[in-house]
Design a protein around this ligand. Structure first.
Ligand SMILES: Cc1ncc(COP(=O)(O)O)c(C=O)c1O
Length: 488
């Protein structure tokens, strides 16, 4: 007979046919070593009676196991577990390794990668107030997007269905370079644009291709955890550069980390504090890059959302020496799940990046690029930006009212002329991580500021106001206010 544990879990209420359940149960028992090589199985008749299933069910399962080599039949003598199965294959790998006290073999690269903190809540399924970094998901022009997709999929040119240019679809690169020239003062041709899977791929590619393991780079402190993670996983030394009201303190960098080979900056709207990098600092940074042969990685992730005046043009437009790599994304201006971004590369780097990109994921997805290109060409993109700009300005004003009404005094806010979130700086004696936990218990999402620092961490909370309609914000503000008033 069979050992009692084998096939103990046959379940007639499942959608899975019984012969597959018998097959799966026997296969697992063989792989785990419960049924050893050369073990003689009961006859199909005995087994069907024992399990209370039809003989045909058992026959079907045996047939499949014979076909795959788990069982062998000996003429006139019944069915056996294959006698030649090597020892190494008869247990689940995790069990085998665990029993031998062996950790699964990972590369040194993978072990380093596992040390890197990725982000605070990338995989958390909470799209609720006041999660930061979230555009207004529900206000996306779904109908227009659906129509564009339907049309492009109806009769797509073969060029969009096969392998294409690793740089990306030319009409999309043309639309992006036109937009950047007109709106951001970026100087580029479509040839300099490389479509990426969000800015994260761009940051990762740039850090791996332009710097070697062990090289140093300047990063705004506090700064964007997604970028920091990309740099650390490439083995770079991240040198924290403090900020003042003009943004990154370039002279501090020159004095304390002169060996750095790259600077990562968010000049138009510093993440997370929202400072604009002054013109003086931009020129200092460019001068440093020119004199030391360093690179500047300019992350322009949400410059579209400025509510007063015009944003300062991109740093890239001031670069005379081909030192700036401009990083853009559609994650904030459209949706994070569109997974589309771009790099604007100095001409001398284009071939290198094309080469590397082809090795990673060959090229961006065809039809999605055509849809986005048309959305940009037909005015839908500009229209969406205008709508969102006005919506987010209103939402910020509304959030500030709610904060005044519901939040305790120790949680102060200042209006901001740009962006999608506000930062509240906390006084002595507060722990932002504890408050994040308290907020979570009250059903509200906020982000702690302190993990964004590498040195002299300050406590604060980030509130994303852009992504949530008034009714959701009212409820969240009320619940959070209640929870926080009990705190102190
Ligand atoms: C500074 C910064 N850059 C870029 C991004 C967007 O990343 P991705 O384009 O990979 O979605 C974010 C999103 O939170 C960000 O805060």
């Amino acid at each position: 007979m069979l050992p009692p544990s084998v096939l103990a879990h046959l379940n007639r209420t499942l959608d899975v046919p019984l012969h597959l359940q018998v097959y799966e149960g026997l296969r697992e028992a063989i792989l785990e070593g419960t049924l050893k090589p050369s073990h003689r199985l009961p006859s199909t008749r005995a087994m069907s009676q024992h399990l209370g299933v039809s003989r045909n069910t058992v026959l079907l399962a045996f047939e499949q196991l014979l076909l795959e080599g788990y069982l062998e039949s000996r003429v006139g003598d019944g069915t056996y577990v294959t006698h030649t199965l090597p020892d190494t294959s008869i247990q689940k790998p995790e069990v085998r390794l665990e029993q031998q006290g062996i950790q699964p073999q990972l590369s040194r690269r993978a072990q380093k990668l596992l040390q890197v903190q990725v982000t605070q809540y990338l995989s958390q399924p909470e799209y609720r107030a006041f999660r930061s970094g979230m555009p207004a998901l529900k206000d996306f022009p779904f109908e227009e997007w659906r129509r564009l997709h339907a049309r492009h999929w109806k009769n797509p040119p073969l060029q969009l269905l096969a392998y294409g240019d690793p740089r990306g679809y030319l009409p999309l690169r043309e639309a992006i370079s036109e937009y950047l020239n007109a709106s951001r003062g970026v100087r580029c041709t479509p040839d300099q644009v490389l479509i990426t899977s969000g800015s994260q791929q761009g940051l990762e590619l740039a850090s791996r291709l332009l710097l070697d393991e062990g090289d140093s780079l300047w990063m705004e402190d506090p700064g964007y955890l997604g970028a920091r993670a990309a740099f650390q996983s490439s083995g770079l030394q991240v040198c924290p550069i403090p900020l003042d009201q003009e943004g990154m303190q370039v002279q501090y960098g020159e004095m304390h980390h002169p060996q750095a080979r790259m600077a990562y900056v968010t000049p138009s709207h510093q993440y997370p504090l929202g400072i604009t990098l002054s013109l003086t600092r931009r020129l200092e940074l460019l001068k440093w890059a020119r004199n030391s042969g360093a690179w500047i990685l300019e992350d322009d992730y949400n410059s579209e959302y400025r509510y007063e005046g015009r944003p300062l043009n991109a740093l890239q437009g001031l670069d005379q020496d081909g030192r700036v790599i401009y990083v853009g994304t559609f994650s904030k201006v459209l949706l994070p799940a569109v997974r589309m971004g771009y790099l604007v590369l100095p001409e001398h780097l284009i071939d290198l990046f094309i080469h590397a990109r082809s090795l990673v994921d060959r090229m961006p997805p065809g039809v999605s690029q055509a849809v986005l290109a048309e959305f940009m060409q037909n005015g839908g993109f500009e229209r969406h930006i205008r709508r969102m700009r006005s919506l987010y300005a209103d939402r910020q004003a509304f959030f500030l009212q709610l904060a005044q009404q519901h939040f305790p005094d120790w949680l102060p806010f200042q209006p901001s002329p740009a962006g999608m979130h506000l930062v509240s700086h906390l006084g002595e004696g507060f722990s932002d991580r504890t408050l994040v936990e308290e907020a979570r218990k009250a059903g509200v999402t906020v982000r702690a500021l302190s993990p964004s620092y590498l040195q002299d961490a300050k406590q604060g909370l980030l509130f994303g106001y852009a992504g949530f309609p008034e009714d959701e914000s009212i409820l969240a503000a009320r619940d959070l206010g209640r929870a926080f008033r009990v705190q102190k």
